[in-house]
Design a protein around this ligand. Structure first.
Ligand code: ZN
Length: 364
């Protein structure tokens, strides 16, 4: 598994580099072809081609979902090479989520070796644009999910105990743009209408949209405005990260943002954007799937926990369609998107075993 992981990590695959992603896609396609999978590349002009692998088998298919892209630029390996130390494997994209892909390869192989052939139909979808919002892969993910009994997501597990993710917040960004009136700050102080000042006031209103009880958070993470200190600012913008734990909070939050009114009538406030990734709610279907995973893990000798997290994944799309989705089935480790990104190697075999047991046991 470590050798396989090394092969994947050393094929760097930033979301914005099609050539690099396609190299990794072909490397993986060859591996799955060896296992008897039928390869389909969903060709893309800008994004990397998304890789679908279908394995024939009885019953309604299980969709195993992952992504090939990482947040790391080409060349990161020079400063952050693949290495193994004290039972951990390090390297860009190791934890998020190449080790998860390795586990899927071994799970499918184990099922074939154990049964002689696969006990059920499996579709595996590895997309190339998850880290940048899954714009081009979303329709493919959704279409496949609709044909599936359940979706198993290879994203990293939560925490050092490797909890599965049974709820995720919906994620998006609102863009607030204020247009004011420019003027000389010294000669015509009364004439201009400062977009910066207006935006500052709006941000105090937006801050109050956050609601812990409803599971809504907002963060104006990026603010820009003005041109020079002696010019009353004509324009200012804010990019506001927004997260919701319930589907019904999306229209609620949209309404809030779109009802922003300027304090200074000479200013204009314009809002675009919204929640792009719906929340993954802990539905009955999700709970049933988790209970099954928990029982199977117990048979394998460990107590599986569940967690609800703020970050989104492609599992949010499939869960929002009502397809039972279990996320966090990938590697145990730490440091996603961080320099110390690493996976716990001894956890990998049993996570692969759990994935295999889920694939063969899920009803449908
Ligand atoms: Zn990921």
């Amino acid at each position: 598994m470590v050798a396989c992981l090394r092969g994947l990590v050393e094929l760097e695959s930033p979301s914005d580099n099609k050539a690099a992603l396609d190299r990794l896609g072909h490397h993986l396609a060859a591996k799955f072809e060896n296992l008897g999978g039928r390869i389909t590349f969903h060709r893309q002009e800008q994004a990397g081609d998304h890789l679908q692998v279908d394995f024939a088998g009885s019953g309604k298919r299980v969709l195993v979902l992952g992504h090939m892209d990482t947040v790391w630029d080409l060349g990161t390996l020079a400063a952050m090479p693949f290495r193994v130390a004290k039972g951990r494997a390090y390297g860009p994209g190791s934890f998020d989520m190449k080790a998860g892909i390795v586990q899927a390869i071994f799970a499918i192989r184990a099922l074939q070796e154990h049964h002689g052939r696969l006990p059920r139909a499996i579709s595996l979808l590895l997309v190339s644009d998850e880290e940048i919002g899954s714009r081009s892969s979303r329709p493919i993910t959704e279409a496949l999910a609709k044909k599936s009994a359940a979706v198993l997501v290879l994203e990293p597990a939560q925490g050092s105990k490797g909890a599965l993710k049974t709820a995720r917040k919906g994620v998006g960004a609102y863009y607030v743009r204020v247009r004011g009136q420019e003027a000389h700050s010294g000669l015509d102080p009364g004439k201009g209408a400062s977009a910066v000042l207006e935006l500052a006031r709006q941000l105090l209103v937006i801050e109050k949209f956050a609601d812990r009880k409803r599971g809504i958070t907002v963060n104006a993470g990026i603010v820009r405005g003005g041109t020079r200190s002696n010019v009353i600012a004509g324009e200012a913008t804010a990019e506001v990260d927004a997260r919701v734990s319930k589907l019904k909070n999306i229209p609620y939050l949209n309404k809030k943002f779109h009802s922003l009114k300027p304090f200074d009538k000479r200013c204009k406030v314009e809002v675009t954007g919204g929640i792009g990734r719906p929340p993954m709610e802990r539905t009955e279907g999700v709970v049933a799937l988790f209970k099954l995973a928990q029982r199977l893990a117990r048979e394998l000798g460990w107590e599986l926990e569940e967690a609800s997290v703020g970050g989104g994944s492609d599992g949010n799309f499939t869960a929002a369609l009502g397809i039972p989705t279990l996320d966090g089935l990938g590697a145990v480790g730490e440091g996603a998107h961080a320099r110390h990104e690493s996976v716990v190697i001894p956890e990998m075999p049993r996570r692969a075993a759990l994935l295999a047991r889920l694939i063969e046991t899920i009803p449908g």
